[in-house]
Design a protein around this ligand. Structure first.
Ligand SMILES: Cc1ncc(COP(=O)(O)O)c(C=O)c1O
Length: 449
């Protein structure tokens, strides 16, 4: 166990006295770090020790820490007009400009946007948009939501019900009715059910679920283009085109949860660009403000927008901080940065380098089962038996121990079970990427030989 020095120890004692955390766990929090500053991909803790931010905060800080242009945009807008209602009947220029710009940047069929304070609110908004749409279209039985195992869509009650990571559920049961899950395409572990490709088999799970539920009752299917919190699961190339076909066949809205994949992280501006298909609704958050302001939203296709515009009754869904002028100003500056500094191309190049180096350093290790990634999102999955892909027993806590070891060595990230996750800022330098590989390799060897 680490001996925390006095500054951190003092802050942590005060933290424990009054502060509750997301995923609150007093025992795990004993070894928490208290961060005081950041620059680019580097974080500094209260004792002055530096770490590489291997997950860019929570996948969001793509522009890196300490970006003064984003700070300036925030400061400037807060000084001019910090807040105004975004409810129907009230608007602001930054929100108008942001929606205009997103309309040119996003999938061609999506040109109307609603803003939230984050990803979970975006999921709630998609669900309430899909249900409202079908009601307006006279198909009010279409209310059900299908999502995937290992999918993460947030933890407000409906979003949690869509989330397919079961440890998030037990303390809060019962979940919202009308939600079900299909297996993730998970190339390393999914076993196809018939003679077609793994990707098509996994996609056909959706058709079977729709038929089981009754197509006339299913409103939407929600999926992350690359599953993030579930372990950086990159689907097969034939997966999403077949998903699109199935959604069209049964009139089920396809919702792309691009809270992590949006704005360049995977090497394309949006995740489904990799496979040449468009969703009916897109969700975004995180990188749109690089974490400098809590912000997110949804975009809807023209058919949904037209239906909403023609409706007599209002869409009774709202947040006080929807279209927040300061959030919109930060997002506008961020969009400029993404374009000027070619974030998608940078993520593609740096991601290739990271993945290739991880593979050359770790592929031969007897407990490294899978090394996968797309753009600047990667995972290294550790297994007991490489031949059979048998996982380590949960009691061994291999992932957690490797993570602790990596933190000791100056790399801060997260694990999902025994998969070590990496999604550093897009501005991470090549030598910092090399350091990430070096530290992770040493950490894995320290725990697993
Ligand atoms: C794909 C996805 N959707 C939704 C969310 C929830 O976002 P938030 O934590 O801002 O509510 C997350 C958060 O990690 C996410 O990765």
């Amino acid at each position: 166990m680490t001996q925390t020095s006095s500054k951190s120890a003092d802050l942590l004692a005060r933290d424990r006295a009054h502060l509750l955390h997301p995923l609150h766990n007093a025992k795990q929090h004993q070894q928490a770090r208290v961060w005081v500053s950041g620059q680019g991909a580097i974080l500094t803790d209260a004792d002055g020790k530096t770490f590489i931010d291997g997950l860019a905060g929570l996948w969001n800080v793509t522009a890196g820490h300490g970006n003064q242009e984003l700070v300036h945009a925030m400061h400037e807008q807060a000084g001019r007009l910090a807040y105004v209602s975004g409810y129907s009947g009230s608007s602001n220029p930054r929100a108008i400009e942001l929606a205009e710009q997103l309309a040119t940047l996003c999938y061609p069929s999506i040109s109307h946007f609603f803003f939230t304070s984050g990803g979970g609110e975006a999921t709630e908004s998609s669900i309430k948009m899909a249900r409202a749409y079908w009601k307006h279209r006279g198909q009010s039985a279409k209310t059900k939501v299908i999502s995937r195992e290992e999918g993460y869509h947030g933890v407000t009650l409906a979003a949690m019900s869509a989330t397919g990571l079961s440890p998030y559920w037990p303390l809060f049961e019962p979940r919202v009715p009308g939600f079900s899950h299909i297996p993730s395409p998970y190339p390393y572990r999914y076993e196809g059910r018939d003679h077609q490709s793994q990707g098509l088999s996994a996609a056909d799970e959706l058709e079977q679920a729709i038929l089981r539920e009754g197509a006339e009752t299913v409103a939407m299917f929600i999926a992350e283009p690359v599953q993030g919190a579930g372990g950086v699961i990159v689907p097969q190339d034939d997966y999403f085109p077949r998903i699109r076909e199935i959604c069209d066949r049964y009139q089920v809205l396809l919702v792309a949860d691009e809270v992590i994949t949006g704005f360049g992280r995977t090497g394309e501006m949006f995740g489904l660009n990799h496979w040449g298909i468009e969703p009916d609704i897109i969700q975004f958050a995180k990188a749109i403000t690089s974490g400098y302001f809590p912000f997110g939203g949804i975009g809807i296709n023209d058919s949904i927008a037209d239906t909403l515009d023609k409706a007599d009754t209002p869409w009774m869904h709202a947040y006080t901080y929807s279209a927040h002028p300061v959030g919109c100003a930060v997002a506008l500056r961020m969009l400029r940065l993404i374009k000027e500094e070619s974030f998608p191309e940078q993520a593609a190049t740096k991601g290739r380098r990271l993945l290739q180096q991880l593979r050359s350093a770790l592929s031969d290790h007897p407990h490294v089962g899978d090394i996968r990634g797309k753009g600047l999102m990667c995972a290294v999955e550790l297994v007991e038996n490489k031949e059979t892909k048998e996982a380590f027993s949960a009691e061994q806590q291999i992932g957690m121990r490797v993570n602790q070891e990596a933190i000791e060595k100056g790399l801060f990230s997260r694990v999902k079970g025994d998969s070590y996750l990496l999604a550093p800022p897009v501005v991470t330098t090549d030598s910092q990427l090399d350091q990430i590989v070096e530290i992770l390799t040493k950490a894995i060897r320290a725990i697993l030989g």
